[in-house]
Design a protein around this ligand. Structure first.
Ligand code: UDP
Length: 339
């Protein structure tokens, strides 16, 4: 059973490739390596014993995308990760984000239509809910006006998929991720931000290993118990497992509608300071940090209501916060010792 994973050498993509291969799927990766490394393919092979096929090109290229689908006529589905994902950068370079994230999706959908590939799982985000009116947030919560061009590309992409489904045989599942962190237990794949990390956990592990001087905590005057913002952190391997279930659900014809949306979170929120404390506990490292001003665009708190995903997908996030930060720390140390 052949599956295309776009962005399969990236953070969530690589973990999903491993889980797919473990369950017997044949994975073809398309990636332009703009934010990842080719060596990830070898590390995936070390974990699963199978080297996935990697085709390096840009999905913004209509012709190359079309040629790719013709070359692989047996594809049963697409899991589409390939996209730019830095919120701040998207504010600086909106057109680059709109072009890359939307044109690639359109090219993929056109090629799927032309080649009768009917199933697409799309990487969406809880950012579509903005600061929800009710917590925990369920899939039926209203979509709020996007805070950034990045967030807007996720909203528009979901709409593009829905509109395409209405006039084609294509089915879609949008998975709305909360905050994926952690790494595979082997420490052979993990999150590899190029340059200074934007996200909390890579910043913590890079500070602990001495690459960054100190973690800056963006505000402790929020209306939360300890004053720092709250997020629903989810282990990347739990997240990856949900993708395998989603694509199988589509291939097996088990969908309730031709477009479905699922929250991927644990249902529990943790503050920034709680994440720092969990990290210090599992690593034994005293983290240097200081409180600075709030980061623009940050919401106060969000965590998922995963009831619908748990019930419909038969999936549940299993790994706790300590396992998440411990695996991120193991990955950081292993990666630094290899380079
Ligand atoms: N955060 C922080 N310092 C950092 C990076 C993040 O205090 O260097 C906080 C940020 O304000 C937010 C939480 O950590 O409350 C998670 O941020 P991240 O960028 O990882 O994910 P987001 O929820 O913003 O997508």
């Amino acid at each position: 059973m052949q599956i295309l994973v776009t962005g399969g050498t990236g953070y969530i993509g690589s973990h999903t490739v491993v889980e797919l291969q473990k369950r017997g799927y044949e994975v073809i990766i398309v990636d332009n390596l703009s934010n990842s490394r080719r060596e990830i393919i070898d590390n995936i092979e070390k974990i699963t014993g199978i080297k996935p096929v990697l085709e390096v090109f840009d999905l913004e290229d209509r012709k190359k995308t079309s040629d790719f689908f013709k070359k692989y006529p047996d594809l049963k589905g697409v899991i589409h990760f390939a996209a730019f994902k830095a919120v701040g950068e998207s504010v600086e370079k909106p057109l680059m984000y709109y072009r890359n994230n939307l044109v690639s999706l359109i090219n993929i959908l056109e090629s799927m239509q032309e080649n009768d590939v009917e199933n697409i799982v799309f990487s969406s985000s809880c950012t579509v809910y903005g600061q929800p009116d009710h917590l925990p947030v369920s899939e039926t919560a209203p979509i709020k006006k996007a805070e950034s061009p990045y967030g807007n590309t996720k909203q528009i992409s979901e709409e593009i998929i829905q509109d395409t489904i209405k006039v084609s045989k294509i089915n879609g599942i949008a998975l709305r991720y909360f905050n994926p962190i952690g790494a595979h237990e082997s420490a052979l794949i993990g999150e590899l931000p190029l340059g200074v990390p934007n996200n909390l956990v890579p910043f913590i592990t890079q500070t602990a290993i001495g690459i960054r001087d100190e973690l800056k905590i963006f505000g402790n005057d929020y209306p939360t118990p300890d004053g720092t913002p709250i997020r629903d952190y989810i282990h990347v391997v739990d997240l990856a497992e949900a993708h395998v279930i989603a694509i199988k659900r589509m291939i097996d014809g088990k969908m309730k509608n031709d477009f479905e949306v699922f929250n991927l979170g644990t249902g529990t929120g943790y503050s920034v300071l709680e994440v720092v404390k969990a990290f210090e506990k599992v690593s034994g490292v005293k983290l240097k940090y200081k409180i600075v001003g709030r980061r623009e665009g940050d919401i106060v708190q969000v965590w998922a209501d995963p009831t619908y995903s748990n019930k419909e997908l038969g999936w549940k996030a299993k790994r706790n916060l300590e396992e998440m930060v411990a695996s991120a720390w193991k990955w950081e140390k292993a990666y630094r010792s290899r380079i």
